[in-house]
Ligand binder design. Structure first.
Ligand code: G3P
Length: 214
């Protein structure tokens, strides 16, 4: 399973990239707004740090506007993947962009049917938001299980990005489903490192080694 980092924060992206654990980046308008930077400049910096797919989202809600924005963004770097919202105008845009060779990530997906339509339209990636489903009492991960099965059954090339991940257990569950990608916030990646027995064990090794030195 590939790991993308779900942030537009350059420090977080730099750190996670230095750890050698990330294969790409996903952003959204809310994450970009937090950074208070010029959008294009920010994306250019992200592209210069991470060698992998970088998802950036359109803000138009009509297909013409989405295509125009997407064509502009896709010129910023060959690694740009354009995030398109899961609405009917969005699917129209995905079909057009697919023909033009622009990679897309259909976002704000909350059901298996939505993801099925996104794949039919030719999306490169689809992003079901599992945490937001869990928040309203639905089992977000069930959608990922169903999708992995359906995409495999019909040989869809669309890759599943498990999005809206809230904690390390979501990551383990994602990996168990066979999803292609998990996009993970920085704080959750940090938690994935941690185990108290690692810290206790390292402290003891170093303490014992002191006896050898003395
Ligand atoms: O970037 C899309 C998605 O991962 C957003 O997550 O935490 O805002 O539900 P969240």
């Amino acid at each position: 399973m590939k790991i993308f980092i779900d942030t537009a924060n350059l420090d977080e992206i730099r750190k996670a990239n230095e750890w050698g654990v990330i294969d790409g980046v996903t952003t959204n308008p809310s994450l970009v707004a937090k950074e208070q930077r010029d959008f294009k400049e920010l994306v250019r910096e992200i592209v210069s740090i991470v060698d992998g797919p970088i998802s950036v989202e359109v803000i138009s809600t009509d297909s013409e506007g989405m295509v125009e924005e997407a064509l502009d963004m896709s010129n910023w770097s060959e690694n740009i993947v354009v995030k398109i919202p899961m609405i009917s105008e969005g699917l129209k845009a995905v079909k057009i962009l697919n023909k033009k060779g622009v990679k897309t990530n259909v976002t704000l997906v909350f059901s298996v049917n939505q993801a099925l339509l996104a794949a039919k339209a030719g999306a490169t990636y689809v992003s079901p938001f599992i945490g937001r489903l869990d928040d309203i009492g639905h089992d977000g991960m069930q959608i990922i299980h169903d999708l992995v099965q359906i995409y495999k059954l019909y040989d869809f090339k669309t890759e599943i990005i498990v999005a809206s991940i809230r904690h390390p257990l979501h990551v383990i569950e994602s990996a168990k489903t066979g999803a292609h990608v998990a996009t993970i916030p920085f704080g959750v990646i940090e938690k994935m490192f941690k185990h108290p027995l690692t810290d206790i064990g390292l402290e003891k090794f170093l303490k014992d080694w002191q006896k050898v030195v003395e």
